[in-house]
Write a new protein. Structure first.
Length: 351
């Protein structure tokens, strides 16, 4: 798998024009969802390189990350005369870059694609690292391939139109990157003013965060070992997210990850001697910004079941990534049902 070039853009138009020019192509397709078509496409639609672009639009939100949407994209590519030498530009959040990346990777066995992520979550996580795919059979990201975008162009210009909840959703992945890397980055994140964000400072934090992810992915692109570090907070987080979806009260991915971080740092204290003062500091930040996780003890069995069916598991074990300290990553950790219920008590009852 080729590496993609990740660009922290100071001039979005120029960087997109350069990326499109750098990849010889016969036709250009731009994939958006209904929201990014309205809010983000106008920022680049006037570029000369976009004059002949053919637009493909799918519904927004994760509910549209389906085989039907994928089929719609393939159909548009086919009817628009796409060949193996065509180029696709995915303009949107993680749903668009994941689904678009998968559509491009499979159409005629693969055409090149560029990701232009427009949410904080997709900038620091989804669009970088080559994971593409769709939800299937009620499971998130069940079908997909590892395949890198030609380029990933990250511009904080898009973040100015992002609401606070979506900003916080992406920020949870940045906290995760801080936790698995170093104290300095974590402290910068814990002291950043999220209520009145300084977008220049946020841009710097995004750059550092993406760099942390890139360094890990470079060493382990297909998640055989080290890349599992990026799963910190996600075993519990995915269970919380799935439960919320099942109850018909979906939560944003990053909120579930933030609550998952509370859970898995608690486990880390018990199992890997993660320092308690750091746990308190991170938990306080998360509770203050993300509020309480809407679960109670009647749902523990269901959460446990979701964890048992997590695709990150091996054999019958529930697999966690834990920490012995900031940056001290311990992959493939297991916990008993009793330990998992204690962890959920800590999350639900703050004990
Ligand atoms: N979102 C975690 C990863 O890319 O591995």
């Amino acid at each position: 798998m080729n590496n993609s070039t990740v660009i922290i853009s100071r001039n979005l138009g120029q960087d997109i024009a350069d990326a499109v020019a750098a990849r010889q192509h016969d036709r250009l397709f731009v994939l958006t969802d209904t929201t990014t078509l309205q809010l983000c496409w106008p920022l680049i639609s006037q570029l000369p390189c976009m004059a002949s672009a053919q637009m493909i639009t799918i519904g927004d939100t994760d509910e549209n990350k389906t085989l039907q949407s994928l089929s719609h994209v393939w159909t548009c590519l086919q009817q628009g005369g796409a060949t193996r030498h065509s180029l696709m530009l995915n303009l949107g959040g993680g749903m668009v870059t994941d689904l678009g990346g998968f559509a491009a990777s499979t159409f005629k066995r693969g055409i090149a694609f560029i990701n232009v992520p427009t949410t904080l979550l997709s900038q620091v996580d989804a669009s970088v690292g080559g994971k593409t795919g769709i939800n299937f059979g009620g499971l998130k990201n069940e079908i997909g391939v590892f395949n890198n975008a030609d380029r990933v162009i990250i511009s904080t210009d898009f973040l100015r139109s992002l609401d606070t909840k979506n900003l916080l959703s992406g920020y949870a992945e940045m906290l995760k990157h801080g936790l698995i890397s170093n104290e300095q980055n974590l402290n910068e994140l814990l002291t950043f003013d999220l209520d009145e964000p300084d977008y220049t400072a946020l841009g710097h934090l995004v750059q550092v965060s993406v760099g942390i992810k890139e360094r890990i992915v470079e060493q382990d692109p297909t998640e055989r070992g080290l890349r599992k570090a990026l799963n910190l907070g996600h075993t519990a987080g995915h269970a919380i997210e799935s439960l919320a979806l099942e109850k018909g009260q979906p939560v944003l991915h990053g909120y579930a990850v933030a609550w998952g971080l509370i859970c898995e740092l608690f486990l880390s204290v018990g199992k890997c001697n993660f320092p308690k003062d750091k746990l308190r500091q991170v938990v306080q930040f998360i509770r203050e910004h993300y509020g309480d996780c809407p679960i109670d003890c009647k749902q523990y069995e269901r959460l446990f079941n979701f964890m048992k069916h997590d695709k990150k598991n091996e054999a019958d074990n529930i697999n966690f990534t834990l920490l012995g300290g900031i940056g001290d990553i311990r992959i493939n950790q297991q916990a008993s049902k009793e330990e998992i219920f204690e962890m959920l008590d800590f999350l639900a009852f703050k004990i």
